[in-house]
Design a protein around this ligand. Structure first.
Ligand code: TEU
Length: 539
């Protein structure tokens, strides 16, 4: 079946950790080419590549120094073209990461901007004089900790960086900045990409005057003057008009977004095809000091978004990405039932309404890793957090925070084999391989007909061949049973029922008659679900 734009299944590759072809310890584009047969056999329709542009890698490539180049760490433009062509030959589309809220401090635009107060590019970034006490111009906090402002000693002014100190925010108020970004996007379209994942795309527009926020530490306030700012819809409409066409797939990453605004971004005629929202990941609060993971709450949020966005906007569905600890490691009881819990989560993800995004390693049930000390961490946010925990709580507090919340959990190398370095590299990997690679790897999963990997394949193929799973409405039932998540996907001529046990204990469940399409246990009693059991039934 030819998947419509919205029915595609998309696989996120974190290139530095996917496959290293030249033994330098860093994943690369030739490594991706090697693994195209694997992607094809999984049945995915597109891949999204996290950034591969030239970058000092302070934020692992989300700090871009040249929008039109390829980081030599990953290969050359010729390698990129070879990868694009090989993907296309395999029938797989290519989505590039568009990071335009900020550049790297190494970008020539920023070098010029910081060179002098009267440089023509001074206004391309957000510069302000110090507050009367000499401190930052307002109380905004960086997403990665500390003030969002850094003083440039040479000019005596501060620049704004919502992310790391190496990622100054572009000034989208300036029409030259917008024109230059649109031209850059057009160049990538001409190079043959099939879509864009737009990094923190709802924070481009800041409230004029850059007023301080109510309480910089409180999530509800944190983004008050830059999340969905006053001109955001104008900017994105302009970008769409100037650079994008309908054949491209656009997915926005929306920071701190609520349902109402997510719909505005993705409704018919809106600026984006679909959007990632974070309520189902962020309800635990601070990732490094989270509330207990609560599957009932997680599913309640999912159900609310499913029902709310239906027919109005379009959701990009995901449980894992390069910014999140592995979901499998967060769920109470899943350590005892890794295989069953991974398949239950897969069943949930692949039977919801929206466009499905998988993250590398999820399909073999990869888990969080262990970081012995600071020297094993690579992520700028984790390093910042380690330091602040050491200062306030000491070593034990730092370990606890990192083990719960570090983005590095998602960034350990893809586990291809049980051999040396998990078959990721012949060299020394840039970040340690998770020690569990001997049991959890693609090779082993290929050989086991009952593996998580084969289960993902079956689900992907089921979704591709079952219209109701793509277009059917979502209706929850048996809501009075908090240990379960049950829903129907209903289209004009088909009804699919999904029954999930969210717990590591057997649970009574409503009886649903019909043909069993897939499940993670052999057919059991109709009125009981085993630990983390998932059942999909054509009702
Ligand atoms: O992430 C945006 C971001 O802020 C996330 O860290 C988000 O807050 C978190 O996942 C919610 O739990 C994007 C990229 O995905 C990330 O890798 C970059 O570091 C960041 O933008 C800056 O470009």
């Amino acid at each position: 079946m030819q998947a419509s734009k919205f029915n595609r299944i998309i696989y996120q590759i974190y290139p530095r950790s996917f496959r290293d072809s030249n033994g330098d310890g860093n994943g690369d584009l030739r490594g991706i080419i090697e693994k195209i047969p694997y992607l094809r056999s999984l049945g995915v329709d597109m891949v999204w590549l996290s950034p591969i542009y030239p970058s000092p890698m302070l934020d692992q490539g989300y700090d871009i120094a040249d929008y039109d180049g390829i980081n030599p760490l990953f290969g050359s433009m010729a390698d990129w073209e070879a990868m694009r062509d090989a993907l296309h030959q395999a029938g797989i589309g290519l989505i590039m990461d568009l990071v335009v809220n900020h550049t790297s401090v190494e970008h020539p635009w920023f070098r010029e901007s910081r060179a002098s107060l009267d440089n023509p590019r001074r206004d391309w970034y957000i510069w302000r004089k110090p507050a009367p006490d000499g401190g930052p111009p307002n109380n905004w906090r960086s997403y990665f900790g500390g003030s969002a402002w850094t003083l440039d000693e040479a000019s005596g002014e501060y620049y704004l960086h919502l992310f790391s100190v190496g990622q100054p925010d572009l000034n989208w108020e300036n029409p030259d900045v917008r024109a230059e970004i649109a031209a850059m996007v057009r160049r990538w379209v001409e190079r043959g990409v099939d879509g864009f994942r737009m990094d923190v795309i709802n924070v481009l527009s800041k409230t004029p005057g850059l007023p301080s926020v109510g309480d910089p530490a409180a999530l509800a306030w944190a983004g008050e003057h830059f999340v969905n700012g006053p001109r955001i819809f104008d900017y994105l409409a302009e970008l769409k008009r100037e650079a994008l066409d309908e054949s491209l797939l656009t997915v926005g990453e929306l920071s701190y977004v609520d349902l109402v605004s997510a719909i505005r971004f993705t409704e018919e005629g809106g600026p984006l095809d679909m959007a990632f929202s974070f309520e189902h990941m962020d309800y635990i609060g601070d990732r490094f000091a989270p509330a207990d993971w609560d599957m009932a709450e997680f599913c309640r949020i999912i159900a609310r978004w499913q029902t709310g966005i239906a027919d109005r906007g379009h959701a990009a569905l995901f449980f894992n990405n390069h910014d999140q600890p592995r979901l499998l490691s967060r769920i109470p009881g899943a350590d005892q039932y890794r295989d069953k819990a991974a398949k239950m989560l897969a069943t949930l993800l692949l039977t919801l309404e929206g466009t499905v995004f998988l993250y590398q390693g999820e399909e073999i049930g990869m888990t969080n890793s262990i970081f012995a000390d600071r020297s094993h961490l690579r992520d700028v946010e984790s390093l910042n957090r380690w330091d602040s925990e050491i200062a306030s709580g000491g070593e034990a507090a730092a370990h606890r925070a990192i083990n719960l919340g570090s983005r590095d959990h998602a960034r350990t190398p893809m586990q291809w084999t049980g051999g040396s370095k998990a078959g990721f590299t012949d060299g020394t990997p840039w970040i340690d391989v998770n020690p569990n690679y001997r049991e959890i790897n693609v090779d082993a999963a290929e050989k086991d007909p009952d593996s998580i990997l084969h289960y993902y394949r079956s689900l992907i193929s089921l979704r591709h061949s079952t219209p109701a799973l793509n277009d059917g409405s979502f209706v929850r039932f048996a809501e009075e049973m908090p240990a379960l998540f049950c829903y129907r996907r209903q289209s004009a001529d088909e009804c699919i029922a999904v029954l999930l046990n969210l717990t590591p204990e057997p649970q009574p469940c409503p009886a649903v008659n019909g043909e069993r399409l897939i499940g993670n246990y052999p057919d059991g009693a109709p009125d009981t679900l085993s630990p983390f059991e998932a059942r999909v039934i054509r009702a």
